[in-house]
Design a protein around this ligand. Structure first.
Ligand code: NDP
Ligand code: 2IT
Length: 448
């Protein structure tokens, strides 16, 4: 494995997020891999870290002033051994090949854990939707889809949302796909209800991360009732995490965006959450405005020179990082442990640095990786695909029940492969369980 990692590093030495994601998996599956020599004999890991296909394309569009703008589009089709490629699209100025590859790599194992038949991939663009008009976003999405439509399809590759891609963008993308290909199919998930979406898809990632937290707490005879919770971000995942924590009796005391965070010790109740949803999803404003509306809250602007994020230094029991990768470093993790945090359920993908993961492990924190805890989103995307294929739709209750069963099953898989002497290393459990499903399918399907 060490030799293999060296080879991966020398091939793409600058893809730091991708290498971080690969090293985490290698660390957790090495022993299992070495004990099962059939995998190495078939070059399984060597093949797994190389995407089946990488598409990089120019996205030209015109802004409202008539200026030409050019962005870079990506789709990384990583692994289709379990089904059509499935994974979101991220629109954010930081997007590059390393970030899309890390997300696509994680997605392979996450999708395997759901038990649904989905391969893994990811895409996006370095486009920044902030400050753009609806028309500019539409023109960008149409240009992006004009090229992407050649590479995707309901049985080939089914994109969805991620950072910067929500119902508005999925609508524009779907409209353009339908126009270019002249077919109405389940080629995207996260669609609106009236044209093929699934109930509970908007809620699924946040609800799923909260159900997973409840499963973890249950192993210690506890639950979320009365727990003080930290939630970062204020987008799709953060919002529905707050909603579900409130339903289960917990109290969320903070939210953030890339500029700063609000701390509201009185708790973000359903009325305040409705305000956040209107602020972020309709007015597309900044979280700072929350503290202007509610005087129980204080806003702190981030200082980019800081070596830690003060949001993670608030006294709490549980944490749900739901913004972006590497938002918790070792110092943040140590602050959380010192303040009594006993559980971290990752709504975001790879929000913890390797050093932060180690701090949580050393302190026996219940810590679930994104590929397990945030799998509810893609799981309900899989259910949306199933409903589209049947040309039927399930009720809210049916989808929510399936989501709960899937999250509970992922938790069981983590326990099976991650438990050791009464403690579960959820990273190890998720990585081995996901890896095994994909590796065994690759073995069956020959050298492709
Ligand atoms: P949204 O675009 O709805 O919200 C993202 C939130 O995170 C915003 O509050 C945003 O603030 C903040 N954020 C983004 N980038 C940064 C950054 N570099 N630094 C600080 N804050 C940042 O995205 P989602 O809620 O959908 O996604 C959040 C996380 O969850 C991501 O890691 C995503 O990969 C993951 N995820 C999403 C799923 C889904 O179904 N949507 C499924 C599984 C995982 P600002 O407005 O300032 O940019
Ligand atoms: O990271 C993720 O799992 C997502 N952004 C959701 C992917 C999907 O296909 O629903």
């Amino acid at each position: 494995m060490d030799l293999l990692v060296q080879k991966i590093i020398s091939r793409d030495p600058n893809q730091k997020e991708f290498l971080q994601a690969v090293k985490e998996v290698v660390q957790d599956v090495s022993e299992f891999y070495n004990n099962n020599p059939q995998y190495d004999k078939a070059g399984i890991f060597q093949r797994m870290v190389e995407p089946e296909r990488v598409i990089i394309f120019r996205v030209p569009w015109e802004d409202d002033e008539g200026n030409v703008q050019v962005n870079r589009g990506f789709r990384v089709q990583f692994n289709s051994s379990l089904g059509p490629i499935k994974g979101g699209l991220r629109f954010h100025p930081s997007v590059n090949l390393s970030i899309i590859k890390f997300l696509g790599f994680e997605q392979i194992f996450k999708n395997a854990l759901t038990g649904l038949l989905m391969g893994g991939g990811k895409g996006g663009a370095d486009f920044d939707p902030k400050g753009k008009s609806d028309n500019e976003v539409m023109r960008f999405c149409q240009s992006f889809m004009l090229e992407l439509s050649r590479h995707i399809g309901s049985d080939t590759d089914v994109p969805a949302g991620d950072i910067g891609v929500g119902a508005r963008e999925i609508g524009f993308l779907f409209g353009q796909y339908k126009r270019v290909r002249n077919e109405f199919t389940g080629v995207l998930t996260g669609k609106k209800l009236n044209w093929g979406g699934s109930l509970i898809r908007p809620e699924a990632t946040g609800y799923g991360a909260t159900y997973f937290a409840q499963e973890m707490l249950n192993t210690r005879g506890q639950n979320l009732d009365g727990k003080i919770c930290l939630v970062s971000g204020s987008g799709n995942v953060a919002q529905y995490t707050v909603e579900k924590i409130n339903t289960l009796g917990g109290k969320v005391v903070c939210l953030s965006d890339s500029n700063g965070f609000i701390y509201d010790p009185a708790g973000i109740d359903s009325e305040k959450l409705a305000y956040v949803m209107e602020l972020k999803n309709i007015r597309r404003g900044r979280i700072k405005e929350y503290a202007e509306k509610y005087n129980s809250a204080k806003y702190t602007e981030y200082d980019l020179g800081d070596d830690h994020n003060p949001l993670w230094n608030i006294k709490a029991d549980c944490a749900f990082p739901s913004a972006t990768q590497n938002e918790i470093n070792a110092k943040d993790a140590q602050n959380m442990v010192n303040n009594g945090v006993v559980l971290v359920s990752e709504g975001a993908n790879m929000p913890c640095t390797p050093e932060a993961i180690q701090v949580f492990l050393d302190n026996k924190v219940l810590h679930a990786p994104g590929k397990a805890a945030n799998a509810g989103g893609v799981a309900v995307s899989g259910l949306e695909m199933a409903q589209n294929s049947m040309r039927m739709s399930w009720t809210r209750k049916e989808v929510d029940e399936r989501l709960q069963i899937i999250m509970s099953d992922i938790h069981k898989q983590c326990l099976t492969y991650g438990s050791d002497g009464g403690f579960c290393n959820y990273f190890k459990g998720a990585n081995i369980a996901g890896f095994k499903k994909v590796a065994d399918s690759m073995l069956d399907q020959g050298l492709v």
